[in-house]
Design a binder for this molecule. Structure first.
Ligand SMILES: *[C@@H]1O[C@H](CO)[C@@H](O)[C@H](O)[C@H]1NC(C)=O
Ligand SMILES: *[C@@H]1O[C@H](CO)[C@@H](O)[C@H](O)[C@H]1NC(C)=O
Ligand SMILES: *[C@@H]1O[C@H](CO)[C@@H](O)[C@H](O)[C@H]1NC(C)=O
Ligand SMILES: CC(=O)N[C@H]1CO[C@H](CO)[C@@H](O)[C@@H]1O
Length: 260
């Protein structure tokens, strides 16, 4: 202990010292994670790529949890480009999923083909239509969709290695396709007057032979056997901070399962 620290400790009152110790312990347990987490993106913008708020919420909660993050995206072209102001496809414009995702990663992104499961403790996939348009063909083919082969490989590699997989929004449907019998949530199973506009997705999940569990937007669902953690996020028409909280629950459960 340095003289300076000793002096600082001596001058603290006993109760302040206890508070200080408790805070230090809390700090240690809350940020000791150091888990290496891969985050996989599918473009930039809800209608043709990654849902930006979901990606951001995941990164904030991972940062708070003390995780070390590396971001990835496949080097493929987007199914189409949507003008997010008009909600319509832009004709004759083509964009690359890796370079668009780099916007969210502040430039620091790696081709998904280079993701090696040995280098990470967990993987998290945010949602957005990019998952259904660029990482799979779910937007067009529904339950008969194909999944991008690198995405399929990564899901299987983490699953086979017993490393946790975190998913939100529409992404659980890709897990349902790739991981037989997985148990996931995308929220409620009825539209309930527009609160759950994509409730029909639950039918695709069960048609794929997976199990659907009903959860609230602020909750995460843990499939302990498969180490798959899911939360509804923007499958629910609700306030942004509730979606943020649900993603926080998902990220915490992923970090817990990583054992780091
Ligand atoms: C980019 O990300 C990698 C992996 O997380 C990290 O090691 C590296 O320092 C980052 N580079 C920059 C320039 O931020
Ligand atoms: C898009 O490309 C096609 C074929 O190259 C061309 O015929 C068409 O005029 C283009 N449309 C626009 C809006 O530029
Ligand atoms: C993945 O990383 C491990 C450990 O660093 C290494 O042994 C293995 O060869 C790598 N696999 C591939 C496909 O690069
Ligand atoms: C342009 C295009 O359609 N790109 C791809 C988006 O992702 C799906 C699923 O992997 C591919 O089939 C598309 O080719």
């Amino acid at each position: 202990m340095s003289l300076r620290t000793m002096f600082a400790l001596r001058s603290l009152s006993r109760s302040a010292l206890l508070r200080y110790t408790a805070a230090a312990q809390f700090h240690a347990t809350s940020s000791c994670s150091g888990a290496k987490v891969a985050v996989v993106l599918s473009g930039c913008g809800v209608y043709d790529g990654t849902e930006i708020h979901e990606a951001s919420a995941i990164l904030v909660h991972l940062s708070r949890g003390g995780a070390e993050v590396q971001m990835f995206a496949p080097d493929v072209s987007q199914m189409h480009v949507i003008d997010h102001g008009k909600g319509q496809p832009v004709e004759n414009e083509s964009r690359n999923v890796l370079s668009e995702s780099a916007r969210i990663a502040r430039g620091n992104i790696t081709d998904l083909a280079k993701l090696n499961v040995s280098n990470h403790d967990a993987v998290i996939f945010p949602g957005g239509f990019g998952a259904a348009k660029n990482l799979s063909t779910f937007a067009i083919d529904g339950k008969d969709c194909k999944v991008n082969k690198e995405v399929e490989r990564v899901l299987k590699d983490f699953h086979d290695s017993g490393k946790p997989i975190g998913l939100c929004c529409i992404f659980p449907v890709l897990a349902a396709k790739v991981l037989p019998g997985v148990d996931v949530t995308v929220g409620h199973e009825e539209e309930e007057g527009g609160k759950w506009p994509y409730a029909g997705t639950t039918q695709a999940i069960t048609a794929l032979g997976a199990k659907h569990t009903v959860k609230e937007v602020t909750e995460a669902h843990v499939d302990k056997k498969n180490k798959v953690v899911t939360t509804p996020a923007f499958m629910c028409e609700t306030k942004l901070h509730l979606i943020f909280d649900g993603i926080g629950a998902m990220v915490r459960d992923v970090l817990k399962l990583s054992g780091k």
